[in-house]
Design a binder for this molecule. Structure first.
Ligand SMILES: Nc1ncnc2c1ncn2[C@@H]1O[C@H](COP(=O)(O)OP(=O)(O)OP(=O)(O)O)[C@@H](O)[C@H]1O
Length: 263
């Protein structure tokens, strides 16, 4: 069974049908990318899946359960985490504290236990710190744990954001343009990290403009244009699809023509 099932999802803003009747699914360990020219509806689709927008039509199922329009913090507890197109990092906090912030959603201990510094809470706090350090090692930022986040390179900040999303132990991770603004080396690091996360069994749903990255790592690609799904399939099939090529050639948006992006 698929981990995430999106069925007939749609939303309108005023008269504009920003997303219309979009369906697809994502299984554990799979990397599914959503691509399309600027304004195609990718971020809006992400916002509906992650509970930020209430869909006008259709449904989202997580592990067989209907989670349509469930609040983001509840979805996070149920195993769906996301990152955002614009960095959501606390620049003045340390790298480690940024990851620790990601644990808040799952912490459910009573406040009085915290205030009394009960041994159980101290043990839990130590466990969480160990977990946060393990996550930093996973994104290759363990040596920077005590540094101010603001001192990191852009690519490192993008990986830090992924580490924070991992704090919640997601079964599926939604990544909104994880390589945007990164140079070639940083993009390759993100590429390896995403592949490692998928290999560990996490399902990945990706929105990304970097076609080389998309074509290299995706198991499946969903193509949107003007809010509608115009194609889907493996990278080779999608990059040869005439409707996809036409959608990209009709705009200045793409980083690269998907038909020539496998090099
Ligand atoms: N909150 C909103 N209110 C009104 N219109 C919106 C809103 N959010 C998105 N739209 C419109 O919906 C359409 C889809 O936008 P969306 O940002 O989802 O596209 P996108 O594919 O993510 O684009 P990009 O690649 O530029 O990030 C656009 O026409 C956009 O102007």
């Amino acid at each position: 069974m698929s981990l995430l099932e999106v069925s007939g999802l749609g939303i309108s803003f005023g008269g504009l049908r920003a997303v219309e009747d979009v369906s697809f699914s994502v299984s554990p360990g799979e990397i599914v990318s959503v691509i399309g020219p600027n304004g195609a509806g990718k971020t809006t689709l992400f916002n509906m899946i992650s509970g930020i927008y209430r869909p006008g039509r259709g449904s989202v199922r997580l592990n067989g359960q209907d989670v349509t329009a469930t609040a983001p913090h509840l979805l996070a507890r149920m195993g769906l985490s996301r990152t955002f197109q614009n960095l959501q990092i606390f620049q003045e906090m340390t790298v480690l504290d940024n990851v620790l912030a990601g644990y808040h959603l799952t912490e459910r201990g009573p406040v009085w236990a915290d205030l009394l510094a009960l041994p159980s809470m101290r043990r839990r706090a130590a466990e969480v710190r160990r977990g946060a350090r393990d996550l930093l090692a996973r994104v290759r930022l363990d040596k920077a744990a005590e540094q101010e986040a603001g001192s990191l390179s852009y690519g490192a900040l993008k990986r830090l954001e992924i580490a924070r999303a991992l704090a919640l132990g997601p079964k599926i991770l939604l990544l909104d343009e994880p390589a945007a603004g990164c140079n070639a080396v940083e993009t390759e690091e993100i590429d390896h990290l995403i592949a490692e996360l998928a290999a560990s069994g996490i399902a990945i749903l990706l929105v990304e403009h970097d076609m080389k990255l998309v074509m290299r790592i995706s198991s499946h690609i969903v193509v949107l244009d003007h809010g509608q799904k115009i194609a889907e399939g493996d990278p080779a099939t999608v990059s040869r699809n005439p409707a996809v090529i036409a959608a990209y050639l009709g705009t200045d948006a793409p980083t690269e023509d998907p038909a020539h992006a496998d090099g």
